[in-house]
Design a protein around this ligand. Structure first.
Ligand SMILES: Cc1cc2nc3c(=O)[nH]c(=O)nc-3n(C[C@H](O)[C@H](O)[C@H](O)COP(=O)(O)O)c2cc1C
Length: 323
């Protein structure tokens, strides 16, 4: 119902990507998203190569539709994961937290579509020159490791700066968000937080419930003193991290405290886990099967887009019965 050039590039029905999320976007979620006609993306995170290989094998068993693999540039196994993606003929690779320019030629030579996540216009331009097929412009509203420009300001600036298709990410959780992103010039959207609250996502129920219960101010960013801010739900863990940063603990102590905390969240540890999530948590109030959520998003985006022409002067109003 909503087609953009991104759908043709990726071979998908709907211009929606489920963002790669370490420990969170495991094969079951990825396959469900791809089966529903959007693009499911595995989160390789820091996982060792054998785990990533196993994940890919499981996805291939569950779907024949296009899927992706995401790795953050801080993974100690970047080269190994790149080699696996080439060997396994992974259709799409997305990258986070850094500059994947050095790996783009190898991935592209293997016929892989490369979509790096960027948080600035400068990196977007550099990666377009390096051969990226498209760019995911991610604003600071999003969950996990973030940049400092908001989605609504970043996306149109990236769209103006590059010729390749741009996907908007950060703060988007429904069809209104999809319609807004298309209005900003994006060819589709990537959502992370919203996909955690789906039946097929394998995180502990506590994680999903905490997102559903959180309101517009339910998240906080920590880690600014380390130069790598992270957005997560407010809980005892983030409060403690905030205090530790204020008391000027060393970088090594902060890193040690933060390490492994997303995994605790995935296991449902409400006080010690880092429940990475974006500001869109205030928009999320249910846990749905993936296919139902995608259908709802597309219908809502379509309704929104069809409603907008009434605001253009001279357009007959549907509400008045004239259209
Ligand atoms: C729990 C969690 C883990 C994430 N892990 C990664 C990751 O490993 N690599 C990456 O590129 N982005 C990661 N992200 C970002 C998502 O892929 C996506 O771009 C982001 O969630 C979009 O914003 P939203 O949360 O407002 O939907 C993560 C996000 C969340 C919420």
């Amino acid at each position: 119902m909503i087609k953009t050039p991104l759908c043709d590039l990726l071979g998908i029905d709907h211009p929606i990507l489920q963002g790669g999320m370490a420990w969170v976007s495991t094969p079951k979620l990825v396959a469900a998203v791809s089966e529903a006609g959007a693009l499911g993306i595995l989160g390789a995170g820091n996982a060792p190569p054998n785990v990533v290989l196993e994940y890919i094998a499981k996805v291939k068993q569950m779907t024949t539709r296009p899927y992706g693999v995401n790795f953050p540039m801080f993974s100690p196994y970047v080269q190994e994961i790149v080699d696996i993606c080439v060997q396994e003929r992974v259709p799409v690779v997305t990258t986070g937290a850094g500059n994947p320019g050095a790996y783009i030629p190898t991935l592209k030579a293997a016929g892989i579509i490369v979509l790096p996540v960027v948080a600035s216009v400068a990196l977007a331009k550099r990666l377009e020159r390096a051969g990226a097929d498209g760019l995911i412009a991610e604003g600071g509203e999003s969950g996990g490791h973030i940049g400092d420009v908001s989605t609504i300001a970043l996306v149109p600036q990236v769209v103006d700066a590059v010729k390749v298709p741009v996907v908007a990410a950060g703060g988007l959780a429904d069809g209104h968000g999809l319609a807004a992103a298309l209005a900003l010039g994006a060819m589709g959207i990537q959502m992370g937080t919203r996909f955690i609250c789906t039946t097929e996502c394998e995180v502990h129920r506590n994680y999903k419930d905490m997102i559903v219960q959180a309101g517009d101010r339910g998240t906080i960013t920590t880690g600014h003193s380390l130069g790598h801010p992270v957005r997560a739900l407010r809980n005892p863990m983030t409060r403690k991290f905030e205090e530790m940063e204020k008391t000027g603990l060393s970088e090594a102590q902060l890193i040690e405290f933060g390490t492994g905390k997303l995994r605790l969240a995935v296991e449902g540890n409400v006080s010690e886990g880092s429940f990475m999530a974006g500001q869109s948590c205030g928009l999320i109030d249910d846990i749905l099967p993936v296919a139902e959520f995608i259908q709802r998003t597309i219908s809502q985006a379509k309704e929104t887009l069809l409603r907008l022409p009434q605001y253009v002067a001279g357009t007959p109003s549907r509400a008045s019965g004239a259209g």
